[in-house]
Ligand binder design. Structure first.
Ligand code: HEM
Length: 542
């Protein structure tokens, strides 16, 4: 028998029972009529034609014709696994979230993905990787929808369609399929200096991970935690892999893409099947929730920046083990619907303008991708906490609701006793004071100097690399930029590299056969402290 799952009606059922399309010993039609024949269609006379009255023929082909759903608009290619998260209790002073309490076990489902390629693209391309985790907590679902790179390309979600249009294949030829080696990508990056940090992470070895099991994960944004006393803190989430962080070398990634385009999904599934369960520890960097929302001169609402771990160490708050492969790719990996706004009591959003746009985008896209408003009833999305909403009807409504009064208050269905002023475990937005803004409604943000500084952290990242890693970065920029047809795009990007570091710039310029420009902004004097690293610190193993 299979493991327990929650059915659309909310009951916990055995997985085998939930698969209600495959019962009994006989092949049947979709409405349960036994079939005698499924290999030959019904013909008129000895040599055809095929008769329309063959219901089974029409049902079989019609259903097949509608088997595909749209792939995700981004992160289309992915692989997933089930797991368990155990809280350490170390976050109790900063959050009331139940699943983070000591020894609380919470089922999880994690989907790893590439961002730009289509569903059928290769796994080992140079790209950012998605690291999305659904925690089925006793207080409802919490989704930590992160990436393996801690910074993002843009500072405001209104630019997300722009950066993705630039990163996806060219609209005319639809190439390249899954890489950033093309004109529109570098056009965007070179016209948006805020994108330089993410681009360099992509050009580093982080862009070609060895395995999903050997990647860090980052929530990227700053989130707000609230403890039992209602006190708030700002935090950044980190997943640290127990296996350490490893990359392929470029040539390896190229060969792998040809010889086994499914390399990463095979690696994940094989490891779990063999009992080599991958593990991550979850950690947080904690910052005081001040009105400025700054820490050591870094704007915490800026998703293109990190806070170096030397300034705010990552504190471990729990561990996740992935221990079960999905039994059906479509039902689980394809139909899972993550949402950056799925919070539980004790975890909240901040005013990060990138996060704010995400809060709207995920449900919106899933309405199309999953065919209507009831995708939370699909077993993989169903919370493991009781659901009692007043949402009704709609396409793919599986539940048969009781009562006559889906509104509140009412005097027909008992008023809605569940609601009676019970705030325990309820999600209540913390009454944070909105920082004084003043001024008119405006599109521009009152920037901190840190928000407009698009180069210091990129330089620091470059300086944090070993000589071998720096060589890889030069080779990656050279390879990717060489694929651009437009010379002015290469020249513009070289100018940014000159503003980051002269060695980096001259190395790439030489490979491109172009002159290395002089920097147009001052390189910092003195050099950034070598003690500050842009890459994650490993935790000593236990
Ligand atoms: C999907 C991460 C920014 C819109 C995803 C997925 C991940 C992710 C991991 C794949 C989820 C899955 O496996 O099903 C991130 C991160 C971001 C970011 C870390 C920035 C820090 C944005 C922004 C938007 C956006 C700014 C829109 C304004 C989407 C959409 C999907 C998606 C539409 C497809 C969802 C689906 O079809 O299920 N994102 N994303 N993302 N993201 Fe983001």
């Amino acid at each position: 028998t299979g493991p327990d799952v929650r059915t659309a009606s909310g009951a916990v059922a055995n997985e085998d029972q939930a698969v209600n399309a495959q019962q009994g010993e006989w092949l049947t039609t979709a409405v349960g009529v036994r079939l005698r024949e499924t290999d030959k269609s019904l013909k008129a006379g000895r040599r055809g034609p095929t008769l329309m009255q063959d219901h089974h023929l029409r049902e079989k082909i019609t259903h097949f014709d509608h088997e595909r759903i749209p792939e995700r608009v981004v992160h289309a290619r992915g692989a997933a696994a089930h797991g368990v998260f155990v809280g350490y209790g170390t976050a109790e002073s900063v959050t009331s979230a139940h699943f983070l309490k000591k020894d609380v076990e919470t089922p999880t489902f994690v989907r790893f993905s590439t961002v730009l390629g289509s569903r059928g693209s290769a796994d080992t391309v140079r790209d950012t990787r998605g690291f999305a985790t659904k925690f089925y907590t006793a207080e409802g679902n919490f989704d930590l929808v992160g990436n393996n790179i801690p910074v993002f390309f843009i500072q405001d979600g209104i630019k997300f369609p722009d950066v993705i249009h630039a990163g996806k294949p060219h609209p005319d030829r639809e190439i390249p399929q899954a890489q950033s080696a093309h004109d529109t990508f570098w056009d965007f990056v070179s016209l948006h200096t805020e994108a330089q940090a993410h681009a360099m992470w992509n050009m580093s070895d982080r862009g070609i991970p060895r395995s999903f099991r050997m990647m860090e994960g980052f929530g990227v944004h700053t989130f707000r935690l609230v403890n039992e006393a209602g006190e708030t803190s700002l935090v950044k989430f980190h997943w640290k892999p127990k296996l350490g962080i490893h990359a392929q070398v470029w040539e390896e990634a190229q060969i792998t893409a040809g010889m086994d385009p499914d390399f990463h999904r095979r690696d994940l599934a094989d490891a779990i099947e063999a009992g080599a369960y991958p593990e991550w520890e979850l950690g947080i960097q904690v910052f005081p929730d001040t009105p400025e929302q700054m820490f050591e001169g870094i704007d915490l609402l800026d998703p293109t920046k990190i806070v170096p771990e030397e300034l705010a160490p990552v504190q471990r708050i729990g561990k996740m083990v992935l221990n079960r492969n999905p039994s059906n790719y479509f039902a689980e990996t394809e139909q899972v619907a993550f949402h950056a706004g799925h919070f539980v009591p004790g975890i909240e959003a901040t005013d990060d303008a990138l996060l704010q746009a995400r809060l709207f985008s995920y449900v919106d896209t899933q309405l199309t991708r999953l065919g209507g408003p009831n995708f939370n009833e699909i077993p993989i999305n169903r919370p493991h906490a009781p659901v009692n909403d007043m949402l009704r009807d709609g396409f793919h409504q599986d539940a048969v609701h009781r009562g006559v009064a889906p509104y509140h208050p009412n005097s027909l269905d008992g008023g809605c006793p569940f609601f009676a002023g019970n705030e325990q475990h309820a999600f209540v937005d913390s009454p944070v004071t909105i920082p004084p803004t003043g001024g008119p409604v405006q599109k521009t943000r009152e920037q901190e100097a840190s928000f407009d500084d698009h180069f210091s952290q990129v330089r620091l990242f470059w300086k944090s690399m070993t000589p071998v890693e720096q060589e890889h970065i030069i080779e990656a920029y050279s390879f990717e930029l060489n694929k651009c047809y437009e010379q002015n795009i290469k020249a513009r990007q070289l100018q940014h590299l000159a503003n980051i570091d002269p060695v980096l710039c001259s190395g790439v310029a030489e490979a491109l056969g172009l002159p290395a420009p002089d920097p147009t902004i001052e390189l910092p004097e003195p050099e950034p402290s070598p003690a500050l690293s842009m890459v994650g610190q490993s935790w000593p193993s236990d």
